[in-house]
Ligand binder design. Structure first.
Ligand code: GLN
Length: 375
């Protein structure tokens, strides 16, 4: 532990509100979209979720870092958040799995953070005014000068980011036990737990770059296709590959960004939510069974589809399968052929649940049933 107090730092929102705190993680300056996450656990998974690329994440849980970081909970190869805002960083790491302190990890990966922030006031501000651009700096003491730089930053609306986080080359996650199926998974910002949960169900997962075409997908011998979560505005993404997948009648499963692109491929629009859903206790109803799941979320955009009626599309009949009980936001879509057979489905939330409750793990079983032709 340093014997001196960390240097002062400031956080400035694009509407001019200023919060003063202390440097946490790397010293320096950073910019991004300020969003809040309400998860009480799972900060390591949150930090390494590629969907947070270009976002400054405010943690509403007041103590962050208590369990340090470990060699098992990373969801990708690095930390992706553009900045990190906490109230009270742990003074001491205490967990049997911990290999190091969170503050050291943030510093080593160059992640600029700020602590000693009234995260409750900041979260209330973002809830009332909406997510917005912000800057954090431990090198600039003049909020007006930092604000001028915040206003030069690009907005999240219109941002095309999946290509910035995707892999350059394909790789294979082998099936565990007997191999039952092959899946081509487009990495738009994929979290490691997703291919893991497929592999546990006997799926060999070919993770492909975001630019993969239908030919690339076919070359894997895929029984099914998966589009992952990912950062940025879904309105900017090209959906022609997904439309080709649907036209070819390949079984499809999508998560989060993969749900938004599925919606667009079916002809629906997407829009930006005021402040998004980011946390691990969001109630979602599966409208086919009436069951409510407690689910993990990380999305700032949503699909604009009618809740009260099916929609006829060139690929079959699309319905909203899941809805968020807090605000009626579309949380899942499914596509059926004229004879009622399920062809494709997706959810806006995170059945891979890293972090989060495991209520929605059945969706991975549904994907295997879809590929088996049982639905
Ligand atoms: N986790 C995700 O896939 C996020 C999707 C999209 N970037 C959004 O913010 O809504």
């Amino acid at each position: 532990m340093p014997s001196h107090a960390p240097a002062p730092a400031i956080l400035v929102l694009e509407d001019g509100r200023v919060f003063r705190g202390r440097s946490y993680g790397a010293a320096g300056e950073t910019f991004g979209e300020a969003v809040f996450n309400t998860g009480m656990t799972g900060y390591q998974e949150t930090l390494t979720d590629p969907s947070y690329h270009r976002q400054v994440v405010v943690m509403t849980a007041p103590h962050i870092g208590n369990t340090g970081v470990n060699g098992e909970d990373d969801e990708s190869r690095r930390i992706w958040v553009a900045g990190y805002v906490v109230r009270d960083p742990a003074r001491r790491t205490s967990n049997w799995r911990a290999t190091r302190d969170l503050a050291d990890e943030l510093a080593d990966q160059g992640v600029v953070g700020i602590s000693d922030i009234d995260t409750r006031a900041l979260t209330r501000h973002l809830r009332e005014r909406g997510s917005m651009r912000c800057g954090i700096s431990s090198t600039e003491s003049d909020p007006q000068a930092l604000l001028a730089r915040v206003l030069e930053q690009p907005a999240m609306k219109g941002a095309d980011l999946a290509g910035e986080v995707s892999v350059d080359a394909a790789y294979v996650v082998p099936a565990q036990g007997d191999k039952r199926f092959t899946v081509a998974a487009l990495d738009l910002g994929i979290k490691g737990m997703t291919p893991e949960l497929m592999a546990q169900r006997g799926i060999e997962v070919h993770v492909l770059p975001a630019t993969a075409t239908l030919d690339d997908i076919r070359a894997t011998g895929a029984d099914g296709v998966f589009f992952s979560n990912g950062p940025g505005d879904p309105a900017t993404a090209d959906v022609s590959t997904l439309q080709a997948v649907l036209a070819a009648d390949l079984p499809y499963f999508g998560i989060c960004f993969g749900n938004q692109l599925f919606g667009r491929a079916l002809g629906f629009g997407t829009y930006k939510l005021k402040y998004g859903h980011r946390g691990i206790n969001q109630p979602v109803m599966d409208r086919t069974t009436g069951k409510v799941e407690v689910t993990a979320h990380n999305h700032g955009f949503a699909v604009d589809a009618p809740l009260d009626r099916p929609t006829t599309t060139p690929y079959g009949e699309a319905t909203v399968s899941h809805v968020c009980l807090n605000d009626d936001v579309v949380e899942g879509l499914e596509l059926r052929a004229a004879d009622g057979r399920l062809r494709a489905f997706s959810v806006q939330y995170h059945p891979e649940a890293a972090a989060g409750p495991h209520d929605a793990a059945y969706l991975f079983d549904r994907f295997t049933s879809l590929m088996a032709g049982d639905l």
